[in-house]
Design a protein around this ligand. Sequence first.
Ligand SMILES: C[S@@+](CC[C@H](N)C(=O)[O-])C[C@H]1O[C@@H](n2cnc3c(N)ncnc32)[C@H](O)[C@@H]1O
Length: 240
Amino acid sequence: MTVKEHYDNHLGHFYSWMTGDFHTKTNEFKRFLTDNFIRPTSNKTAIDLGAGHGLQSIPLAEVGFKVLAIDFNQLLLDELKVNAYDLDITVIKDDIKNVVTFADKPELIICCGDTLSHLGNKIEVKTFILDTVKSLDKNGKLILSFRDYSTKLAGKDRFIPVKSDDTKILTCILDYEDEFVNVTDLLYEKTNDVWIQKVSTYKKVRLLASEVVGQLEANGMTIKFNQIVNRLTTIIASKG
Ligand SMILES: C[S@@+](CC[C@H](N)C(=O)[O-])C[C@H]1O[C@@H](n2cnc3c(N)ncnc32)[C@H](O)[C@@H]1O
């Protein structure tokens, strides 16, 4: 199953349920932006790569950016449009790998929520980082958040209870290979008093935080922030 098929046929249908209360999450990211002085300073253009239903696009627009929200899943983009109400957000259905084509010299590019690991392999990640840096304005900033998959999970530790309520139970099962993690999202959904199993598997790239930092620095970026936030390695890098 490709990543796009996984989202289109499976995860896209319950992604916003999985991520929890929208306002709590958007407020969290807005606080992260203000705490780290991320605000428009030149042309105001920010690109949100793998925007989903808008957990980062909405706060970016609320602090004053003109946001281009890129994603290839129509369902999540439709949710984003509703969440965006009258904010300055342009929704573009496209592949994030086309980053160089979306805007002329944005001052900010973000790729958050482990979207980076959805690329096809480590070579694609390397090219993607190069392209994002190339696209940025001269003092532009890049924000990445992703899971560090350096530690292999084995045995029963591979079964991660993600979320459950009266109608849904979601478990994520991880199978480690050298360069990839096979991710199975196992959902039980109750319909008319009957539990239905829905299951789909896709591959994520096993990212190492040290490799991503190394590639950013090799492309001339300065790391301004590198911490684990909500279990994701979170990096702010600056071109100037
Ligand atoms: C884990 S979600 C993160 C969404 C959002 N940033 C968040 O934190 O909630 C990954 C998102 O990236 C999108 N995506 C993954 N690979 C993509 C690609 N190559 N091009 C466009 N969108 C992609 C998926 O459709 C999904 O919405």
